[in-house]
Design a protein around this ligand. Structure first.
Ligand code: NDP
Ligand code: 8X3
Length: 255
């Protein structure tokens, strides 16, 4: 355990892409701050990574869509943990896959509050810490849904288009402070994403990935790691990463 290691803050590290990032950065000797709502999963991951990689892992259990909770958990960190080298804005979700006329307002609120407002609450606080340090790298997890829209994706696609816009504008605002900003936009990755989208319907979720090989969370973690390990003068602005069998949300080669 050492506070001299670089610190990476990963939102939504209890599963999927965030968890894979936690594993990869810990294995490369980064200390971590990991967040999510499921406390037991956070604690288990902390214990595993601290034991396996001898790094320091701090857990913060809060709902990213609740402004006061984000502020109190982040602002209460000790000052040495506010020296964040990398922020991975990963926490996010889709709820429902319904047409605009049939969509549920509660699903829309959840997606907008989590994917846009949650990302903003965290970014405002952490970018100010990075400005004080005059360095840092923010990774925004967008989606192919932030580049193209598909039927019934309406509000989820809109939130990810918003992440794409924020990714571009953060890069401009933080330019003069030497802070890097990178957008990572995956196609289909097999995680808990579809199960959450279909409100826990595992069979329906599984069918999303039938007949082709989707991306794994580790594929995205490795891409993020690549982006954050470029030399100081190099920034990767934006990447789209798809399964080889998926050309776009609409073109999928299934067996
Ligand atoms: P998972 O469902 O496996 O992971 C989502 C993570 O976000 C969990 O750790 C979850 O933690 C966290 N999270 C969700 N809502 C909240 C909240 N209100 N407060 C705090 N944490 C929250 O999905 P993925 O790993 O696939 O998703 C990660 C990101 O990647 C998302 O932004 C998603 O939109 C994006 N993405 C996913 C793709 C895919 O095909 N899987 C493709 C493109 C982008 P907890 O439940 O413990 O709160
Ligand atoms: C997740 C990928 O295509 O289901 O963002 O929107 S997709």
């Amino acid at each position: 355990m050492s506070i001299e290691n670089k610190i990476v803050l990963i939102t939504g590290a209890t599963s999927g892409i965030g968890e894979a990032c936690a594993e990869l950065y810990a294995s490369n000797n980064f200390d971590l701050i990991i967040t999510g709502r499921r406390e037991e999963k956070l604690n288990n991951l902390m214990l595993k990574l601290e034991k396996e990689f001898k790094v320091k892992v701090t857990t913060l259990c809060f709902d990213i869509s609740k402004k006061e909770d984000v502020e109190s958990h982040l602002n209460n960190l000790p000052s040495e943990l506010k020296k964040i080298a990398i922020l991975i804005n990963n926490a996010g979700l889709s709820q429902g896959l319904d047409s605009i006329q049939d969509g549920k307002l509660s699903d829309w609120d959840t997606m907008i509050d989590t994917n846009i407002k949650g990302l903003l609450y965290v970014s405002k606080i952490v970018s100010n810490w990075m400005i004080s340090e005059k360095s840092g790298h923010i990774i925004n997890i967008g989606s192919i849904a932030g580049k193209q829209v598909y039927a019934n994706g309406n509000v989820y696609c809109a939130t990810k288009h918003a992440v794409d816009a924020l990714n571009q504008s953060m890069r401009i605002d933080l330019l003069k402070f030497g802070i890097k900003v990178t957008g990572i936009n995956p196609g289909a990755v097999e995680t808990e994403f579809s199960e959450v989208r279909f409100h826990g319907d595992k069979d329906k979720a599984k069918k999303v990935y039938d007949g082709f090989e989707p991306l794994k969370a580790k594929d995205i973690a490795e891409t993020i790691y690549f982006a954050t390990s470029r030399p100081a003068h190099v920034n990767i602005n934006d990447l789209i990463i798809m399964p080889t069998a998926q050309a776009s949300p609409y073109y999928m080669e299934r067996n």
